[in-house]
Write a protein that binds this ligand. Structure first.
Ligand code: BGC
Length: 477
């Protein structure tokens, strides 16, 4: 029996009406939490440069090289699986501190690795941290944000991912002159250390989690620090009323993924899992991870490929800034639909450019516009919705399972991309991704609700309506 979900409007305790000084404080908290996003980007990006020297130092064959890259994705899947339970048991704050520490361990292993197997273990450990943090960060960000700025705060995560990717390219360039791959990894320790210390010293626990755990007094202190005593009392009182409605109180802490079996969570689960798979099967990382190879296939010289990767990274970042500006204005649905439409058109053209052999610069242009389309919508909005769609008691579990599917899909696409290109051709492979985007357009139009400026009860009603269900005012049992 799953308890703890109430549909009484406005009672899931989102922070609303927080004054300006309080919002500034929320942004400061968010900057520390989103370091988890930065490390996600940095540690997935740094390997492309480091590998060039590692393979030489350790004489790695093609399979060994591939495994050093992709074992991180396996670790990320495992990390994402465990993250939900950890964030429920320890709380969001301690979970993030643990994840930061795992980042440090992984980084230390990689920096000092004497052989291939230590590298593999180091990348696996780093993957655990990347995956777990990627599931915890959206939940934590969502729960400290006033709903008026929640979209922007959540998009900060994707912005930090893109900054992490870009900085890793620059660090790769800086260390490449003398082949210092250990230095490339070591730099990742700095943000990890800042995240651990910042989390322990400066971050409060999520008020939402505190209330669900029965620590209303602690939640009151957190809310009062961004608002005032009376507002804090009001929010706590409303949330406690919700608890009384949800007779039996919350049981989320002990259920892990079991909480997701409730039929009432199913619509959120369908949307979360589908977007998770779609974000990867739309082909993004075939460009992010394999841009140099693909660019070489267009006929442009490989010597400039790092430069092209940097250009792609810059566009990725800039368009995410645009997304931050738009997400609380235009809303999530419009960004997703526009993004998928843009990706679809670009993938069709990109495929065509290879099949009919257009000018290489045109292929590059289509690739860049495709990245821009992803960065303004599907990239950030997936992570935004992961933090918004699930009911409070199922949020950590929902984020965990969706993130696991995202990493598993990433793994599959990265693994089969080059073999599929060899089997059916480069252009044709991009058309397969185009089909995924076409499906995505239909799916989003049909099933994804708008979440902008809505608290969970309203999000839930919109979700149920899209799945042709009646929202029920009672607690499921
Ligand atoms: C995706 C990553 C991708 C990154 C690129 C994220 O939203 O989950 O797989 O590498 O965007 O910016």
């Amino acid at each position: 029996m799953v308890q703890g979900f109430s549909r009484e409007p406005g009672t899931d305790g989102p922070l609303t009406g927080i004054p300006e000084h309080g919002r500034r404080r929320v942004w400061r908290w968010a900057a520390i939490i989103a370091l988890g996003g930065f490390l996600f980007g940095y540690d997935t990006g740094v390997i492309s440069g480091a590998l060039l020297y590692i393979k030489h130092d350790f004489s790695l064959n093609a399979f060994e090289q591939g495994s050093v890259v992709s074992i991180l994705l396996v670790g990320a899947m495992l990390g994402a699986v465990t993250a939900g339970r950890m964030a429920e048991h320890l709380g969001r704050r301690k979970a993030l501190a643990v994840e930061g520490t795992v980042f440090l361990v992984g980084t230390a292993l990689l920096t000092t690795a004497p052989d291939y197997w230590t590298l593999i273990v180091g990348r696996l450990v780093l993957g655990l941290a990347v995956g777990a943090a990627s599931a915890t960060v959206p939940v934590y960000l969502s729960e400290i944000s006033p709903k008026e700025i929640r979209g922007r705060v959540l998009t900060l995560n994707q912005l930090m991912i893109t900054i992490g990717i870009l900085i890793s390219y620059f660090i790769n360039l800086a260390f490449s002159s003398n082949g210092q791959w250990r230095g490339m990894f070591a730099v990742g320790a700095i943000p990890a250390l800042v995240m651990v210390l910042g989390t322990l010293w400066l971050l409060p626990e999520s008020p939402q989690w505190l209330i669900l755990q029965g620590h209303a007094d602690m939640a009151r202190t957190v809310i009062a620090s961004i608002s005032d005593e009376s507002r804090a009392d009001q929010l706590i009182e409303r949330t406690q009323r919700r608890h009384r409605v949800a007779q039996g109180g919350d049981t989320a802490g002990s259920q892990g993924w079991g909480v997701l079996r409730s039929p009432l969570v199913r619509p959120a689960l369908v949307v979360g899992l589908t977007l998770a798979a779609m974000q990867q099967f739309g082909g993004i990382n075939t460009i992010i991870y394999y841009a140099p190879t693909t660019i070489e296939n267009t006929g442009l010289t490989a010597a400039n490929s790092i430069l092209y990767s940097v250009a792609i990274g810059v566009i990725n970042l800039l368009m995410t800034v645009v997304a931050i500006w738009l997400v609380d204005r235009a809303g999530r649905r419009r960004l997703l639909l526009g993004s998928l439409a843009g990706m679809l058109v670009m993938l069709v053209l990109l495929g065509l450019s290879f099949v009919v052999g257009m000018n290489a610069l045109l292929s590059l242009l289509f690739m860049v516009v495709y990245i821009a389309a992803f960065a303004v919508g599907l990239g950030p909005v997936f992570w935004v919705l992961i933090g918004e769609l699930f009911p409070p008691a199922a949020r950590a579990a929902g984020s965990s399972v969706s993130t696991t599917v995202n990493w598993a899909s990433n793994f599959v696409v990265s693994l089969v991309f080059l073999p599929v290109v060899n089997a059916i051709g480069q252009g044709e492979t991009f058309w397969v991704f185009a089909v995924v985007c076409a499906f995505g357009l239909w799916f989003v139009a049909r099933y994804v609700p708008e979440t902008r400026d809505r608290d969970f009860a309203q999000v839930d009603a919109a979700l149920q309506a899209r799945f042709n269900r009646q929202p029920q005012g009672t607690n499921p049992g």
